[in-house]
Write a protein that binds this ligand. Structure first.
Ligand code: F6R
Length: 263
C-alpha cells in the first residue's frame, strides 16, 4: 500500500488525476476506469478534465464503470448516480456515454442486475484503475461494515451513518434511499490498480482503520491492504490519526523518479 499525504485537498485531486493519467497512458487497449461518486473524487475529475482539455490524455475510447447506484430513486433523478456520473465524469472527461455504465439500480430484477454488471466489467477486460472514496464508517463502494471481504455486485442496505452523511444531497433524510446496488469488495479488489482519495478530518478515523488497522469486515476499506497496487492519497487532516505519517512522508520524498507519477 502506497500512502501519500498532500498538504491540501487540491493536491489530492491533482495527484489522483496524475495517477489515473499514468495508467491510461500505459494501457495497451481502450482503458477501463472505475469511477466513484460523492464529494471526494470531484477535484480529481476536474484535474483530469484539464489534462483532457490540454490534449495530454484522450479518454474518448475509455470505458467507465461506476461503483454503485441507489435503489428506489426514479430513473433520471438528479441524485441518482447515473446522473451524477453523467454530469461529473462522462461529460467533463469527454467519455462516450455508450461506454459508461452504472449498476442498474432501476432494474425490475435487482438480483440479476448484480451478475449482469459483473459480466459487463469482465467483457470490457476488467478495470485498469479504480478511483475510490471512503465513508466515515470505512465503507468503500457501499460495502458497509460487516460486508463480506469477497463480495460481488449485489443489493445492500445503507447504514444509518451513510444515509445521514448523504442527506446533504437531498431535501430530507426520508428521501435518502435505504438500499443500493454496489460492486462488492471482491469486485473492487479485481481492479488492477486502486486509488483511494480522502480529505478532511471526518475521514481520519476511517483512514487510520483502513491503512493501519487489522483487515476486518468492520472496516471494509481495510481489505485494500491485500491489494498489490493500492495508492491512498489523502490530505493532512485525513492523515491526522496515522501513527506512521512521518514514515509515509519520508517514503514519498525519497521515492525514485522512475516510480513517481507526479511528473
Ligand atoms: C461513491 C461511493 C462511496 C463514497 C463514500 C465517500 O460512489 O461508493 O463509497 O466514496 O461514501 O463519500 P464522499 O466522497 O461524499 O465523502
Amino acid at each position: 500500500m502506497e500512502i501519500i499525504i498532500c498538504s491540501d485537498a487540491s493536491g489530492v485531486g491533482e495527484l489522483a488525476a496524475a495517477k489515473l493519467a499514468r495508467v491510461v497512458r500505459d494501457a495497451t487497449s481502450a482503458p477501463v476506469l472505475g469511477v466513484a461518486t460523492g464529494s471526494s473524487p470531484l477535484r480529481a475529475y476536474l484535474a483530469l478534465a484539464r489534462l483532457v482539455a490540454a490534449g495530454k490524455i484522450d479518454l474518448s475510447q475509455a470505458y467507465a464503470f461506476a461503483l454503485d447506484e441507489y435503489v428506489g430513486l426514479p430513473a433520471g433523478h438528479p441524485e441518482s448516480y447515473a446522473e451524477v456520473i453523467r454530469t461529473t465524469v462522462t461529460e467533463p472527461l469527454g467519455l462516450d456515454p455508450a461506454r459508461v455504465r452504472c449498476p442498474d439500480g432501476f432494474a425490475t430484477d435487482l438480483e440479476a442486475a448484480g451478475p449482469a454488471y459483473e459480466a459487463a466489467i469482465k467483457a470490457a477486460g476488467g478495470v485498469d484503475v479504480q478511483l475510490l472514496g471512503v465513508g466515515a464508517n470505512g465503507h468503500i463502494g457501499f460495502n458497509e461494515p460487516t460486508s463480506s471481504l469477497s463480495s460481488r455486485t449485489r443489493i445492500k442496505t445503507l447504514a444509518t451513518r451513510t444515509r445521514l452523511d448523504n442527506q446533504r444531497f437531498f431535501a430530507h433524510l426520508d428521501e435518502v434511499p435505504n438500499h443500493c446496488l454496489t460492486q462488492g469488495l471482491g469486485t473492487i479488489m479485481d481492479a488492477r490498480h486502486v486509488v483511494l482519495v480522502a480529505q478532511g478530518e471526518s475521514k481520519a478515523r476511517a483512514i487510520r482503520g483502513l491503512v493501519e488497522g487489522p483487515v476486518t469486515a468492520m472496516c471494509p476499506g481495510s481489505v485494500l491492504q491485500l491489494h498489490p497496487h493500492a495508492t491512498i492519497i489523502i490530505d493532512e487532516q485525513a492523515a491526522r490519526q496515522l501513527t506512521l505519517a512521518d514514515y509515509y512522508r519520508d517514503t514519498y520524498a525519497k521515492k525514485p523518479s522512475w516510480q513517481r507519477f507526479d511528473q
